[in-house]
Design a protein around this ligand. Sequence first.
Ligand code: AMP
Length: 211
Amino acid sequence: MHLVFLGAPGSGKGTQASLLVKELGYSHVSTGDLLRNEIKKGSTLGNKVSDVIKSGKLVDDSLVLELLKANCDLSNNKYIFDGFPRNIEQAKALESEILSSHFSRAIYFELDLGVLKERLINRRMCKDCGDIYNLISKSPSVPGKCDSCGSSNLYQRDDDKEETVGKRLDVFKETIDPVLEFYKETDRLFVVDASHESASVFKAIEKAVKP
Ligand code: AMP
């Protein structure tokens, strides 16, 4: 069974995805990471999407869909789709063009959007291993240093800066309801309370995943 992680930016999808990769053998594919990687490489696609991402708006559906298709191999992996779908068109495309006969279940990280702005502005990532921190709730043991790999390259994503965060949350609010309905209608929507600490969110997800 493949998993589709739904939730606002900063709701903890990336953190839970790394736990599921470690503990349950999932493969994690994040369209945000794939896009940022294209920007880092300086590819044509990367140059095309860089300003859109900085503005907090969504990249064109067909570009993201093609990128996702090129980066997953369903026959050999069980996936966590993170950051895709972002709207109902993408939800339908994921079913028809990527998953087809493969079964999937959606996990919705439910959280009061009011707390998210603070979470996002305080989020820091490790440039070397991708570990995720929060200056308020999960700061690294040694300030500025990654607990997992020891790197000093902790950074703030451009789109986690205050001026972009509001726009990203607005986009989420405008697009999520039909996506939730889409999975609810087929009885494949599992909701977790993402305000809880990471370990208990993980336990809740495990329940949805294990037969
Ligand atoms: P994320 O890392 O998932 O928060 O995504 C960062 C940014 O990448 C988003 O604000 C969008 O600009 C873009 N992005 C990521 N996934 C998608 C998607 N499925 N559709 C459109 N744009 C996306």
